[in-house]
Design a protein around this ligand. Structure first.
Ligand code: NAD
Ligand code: DAU
Length: 338
């Protein structure tokens, strides 16, 4: 592994991963990203000028462009972060999710097979397991029961990755991360949405009863988990990455408001997400056995995240003024009228 194509590297986790890899190793990192609404070059500003880093604008569904990128940069490893990632958008517009997450993953695998790449890593999610009742936790061998267009597309992508391993003998690995929080998180997702709304004294929309549970992990912990799977993961295997501690959404919202010194009266209960998964929970023993550990508690992760949004309004304010406004109106106007 010397020259890595990081697809989706201009997004939230992808950009954090690029910074992690450039700081730790001397690999050549080529980011390949379509720069959708979620992909932002400013997330990669700190890498600009680094001779080990290059950026290519391109769609993972465009197999010719992928092939050309892999050949030109003599890529030996693909790490696929690129995806449509927002569950609510996947409910509003499932076609985009199916195309990017399934067709796109296939195109990358096909190029990797054709050119004989020695390594392919797929970034997946704990959502493939579906909702998990307490006190159960999902282990890697558990069946998939995805319930949203987003999670179904990620499960579909995983099946194709696995098929390329068993059928063509490709060295593939998969990591299934829980909810990430941290810098460069697009403010459509709950934690950055709640934080930036609260900073502006705008109501925080809590879906349903707010008792849903998520395992919120700091993004750099996830990046370290992916790093461990890349270097120590066994071909054909999948690895869960998360803290194994779950928090209710309403408790997370209260903590954000407390950190910002804002009143709890900013909380507004709105119509629930269709098919809303109640709880995700991971067993992470398999990755921990490879030496990985989660460094941040939920409180530490949330505190660092909220501070980053306090310190970086120049990053999120322009986003909230652009395409985001139309999306927010469509997504929340109808919810708030219920
Ligand atoms: P994000 O939405 O912030 O970024 C996605 C990136 O992919 C963007 O830069 C976008 O431009 C790019 N992209 C989208 N479609 C593309 C296409 N067709 N071709 C090329 N680039 C394209 O997403 P994120 O939160 O950073 O998630 C990254 C990956 O991690 C995804 O695969 C997601 O499913 C997975 N994941 C996310 C979380 C989380 O909590 N955010 C948790 C587990 C797994
Ligand atoms: O679990 C991993 C997944 O986490 C990733 O695979 C996805 O890409 C990522 O988007 C995330 O999905 P969630 O749906 O869990 O994240 P989101 O931030 O959208 O929502 C977190 C919880 O907060 C969820 O229970 C829904 C709720 N929520 C969300 C929003 C946007 C609200 O109550 N109000 C909101 O406005």
């Amino acid at each position: 592994m010397q020259r890595i194509l990081v697809t989706g590297g201009a997004g939230f986790i992808g950009s954090n991963f690029v910074h992690h890899m450039l700081a730790r190793y001397s690999y050549d990192i080529v980011v390949y990203d379509a720069l959708t609404y979620a992909g932002r070059l400013e997330n990669l500003a700190a890498a600009e000028g680094n001779p080990k880093y290059a950026f290519l604008k391109g769609d993972i569904c465009d197999i010719d462009a992928v092939r050309s990128a892999v050949k030109t940069h003599k890529i030996d490893t693909i790490i696929n972060f690129a995806a449509e990632t927002h569950v609510d958008r996947s409910i509003m517009q499932p076609d985009a999710v199916i195309k990017a997450n399934i067709n796109g993953t296939w195109a990358l695998l096909e190029v990797a097979r054709e050119l004989g790449l020695p390594r392919f890593h797929q970034i997946s999610t704990d959502e493939v397991y579906g909702q998990i009742p307490e006190p159960l936790r999902s282990s890697e061998g558990d069946p998939f029961e995805p319930r949203s267009p987003y999670s179904a597309s990620k499960a579909g992508a995983e099946h194709i990755v696995y098929a390329y391993h068993t059928t063509y003998g490709m060295y593939t690995t998969i990591s299934r991360g829980s909810n990430n929080i941290g810098p460069f998180h697009y403010p459509e997702k709950a934690v950055p949405l709640f934080t930036t709304n609260a900073l502006d004294n705008i109501p925080i929309p809590i879906y349903g009863d707010g008792m849903q549970m998520r395992d919120y992990q700091y993004v750099t912990d996830h990046c370290e988990g992916i790093d461990v799977v890349l270097h120590k993961g066994v071909a054909g295997e999948a690895y869960n990455v998360g803290t194994s501690v779950e928090t209710r959404n309403i408790d997370m919202a209260h903590k954000i408001l407390d950190l910002l010194g804002k009143p709890h009266s900013l909380i507004e209960y709105v119509k629930d997400r269709a098919g809303h998964d109640r709880r995700y929970a991971l067993n992470t023993d398999k990755l921990r056995a490879l030496g990985w550990t989660s460094r941040h508690t939920f409180d530490q992760a949330l505190e660092k995240t909220v501070q980053w949004y306090i310190d970086n309004p120049s990053w999120w304010r322009p986003i909230k003024n652009g395409e985001y406004r139309d999306y927010y109106y469509k997504q929340y106007a109808e919810r708030q009228s219920k």
